[in-house]
Ligand binder design. Structure first.
Ligand code: MTE
Length: 322
């Protein structure tokens, strides 16, 4: 976020890869892998870029939409939201997908540890057998002052907390992204404290809005959206929405999140959306809709105050806004 002054969505559209092209390229990679397996094609150039294996969860989509969560704006078309992403492990630009050639969504192990009755480790598909997927339409507001509206598929985070059974000492959930510099080239960049870490209080994690996402637009999520497991907390700035999660640790200490460690004066633990509290380097009063380029006023808690304002009653004077 802080290392670039030019914003990725200002790239000329000619430099963005339309999603259809991206997926057809992935299919070609898949075909390349098959040829490689058959011994028809040799050489590391193809082997390095085989892309995803088929997704075993595809049959779970599309999930029924939960009508409780409604939008005040149109859903952002997928050909826009799939090329305006933040995933620093792969790219410091916004069109992340072309840098994800080595990323695979399976196998994917998720660990639950720390202050819990039931420490455990399971494959993502075993986790998907224990939860009920649903679709939710959420607004998504990045701290960089752009926004979109996304049809996420996933399950309430409180269901994962229930599986973990935290002890009474647990106050926070610390989440961690995978660490594999062979797959995610920027994890070799020593300026950043990899792996990406984020955290929530237990009360936030069990709030009905906290959503663990596995899919978008009625299908398993492509890698750039944080597949196969990412967090979405729509009342907070997007950097809280950690992607590629492999670990949930329950703890009594407030976790230090990735951006807090990198630049604590600009990015804090709470990161609740507030149009009246500017980022040190820019206003948060309005946001740019990535579909239209138009600006709209930003809403307190990104418009989700009715669900979350109670979590922060009496703490408004604290640094809960950045
Ligand atoms: N998670 C990881 N692991 N790495 C990242 O760089 N970027 C964050 C968040 N989660 C990031 C991440 C930021 S700054 C934002 S705004 C959102 O992901 C972007 O989500 P999107 O690409 O789906 O819009």
């Amino acid at each position: 976020m802080h290392v670039r002054r030019t914003r990725g969505w200002e790239l000329p559209s000619s430099s963005a890869t339309p999603e259809a092209l991206y997926f057809s390229r992935r299919e070609l990679m898949g075909a390349g892998a098959a040829l490689l397996a058959a011994g028809v094609v040799a050489g590391p150039a193809v082997a390095q870029r085989v892309g995803d294996l088929p997704d075993p969860s595809a049959g779970l989509y599309p999930a029924a939409q939960n009508p409780r969560y409604t939008l005040d704006r149109p859903v952002t078309p997928q050909d826009k939201s799939s090329v305006v992403n933040n995933y620093y492990e792969f790219s410091y630009g916004k069109n992340v997908a072309p840098s994800m050639g080595r990323f695979q969504r399976r196998p994917w192990l998720v660990k639950i540890d720390g202050l819990v009755e039931k420490p455990q480790e399971f494959g993502i598909d075993d986790l998907l057998k224990k939860v009920q997927l649903e679709e939710r339409l959420y607004r998504h507001r990045c701290v960089e002052a752009w926004s979109m509206a996304v049809p996420w598929t996933g399950f309430p985070m409180k269901d994962l907390v229930a599986l973990a059974a935290p002890t009474s000492a647990a106050k926070y959930v610390r989440m961690e992204t995978f660490l594999d510099p062979k797959v995610a080239p920027n994890q070799k960049d020593f300026r950043f404290p990899w792996p990406y870490v984020e955290g929530l209080t237990l009360a936030e994690a069990t709030n009905e809005l906290a959503f663990l996402v596995t899919g978008v637009y009625g299908k398993p999520a492509p890698g750039q959206y944080g597949a196969p497991l990412r967090l979405v907390t729509p009342w907070k700035y997007g950097f809280k929405s950690i992607k590629g999660i492999v670990r949930f640790s329950f703890t009594d200490k407030q976790p230090v999140s990735f951006w807090e460690e990198v630049q604590g004066g600009e990015y804090g633990f709470w990161a609740n959306v507030n149009p009246k509290v500017p980022h040190p380097r820019w206003s948060q009063a309005s946001e740019e809709d990535i579909t239209t380029g138009n600006r709209r006023p930003t809403l307190l808690f990104n418009g989700y105050g009715e669900f979350v304002a109670d979590l922060y009653k009496g703490r408004e004077a604290e640094k809960i806004w950045f």
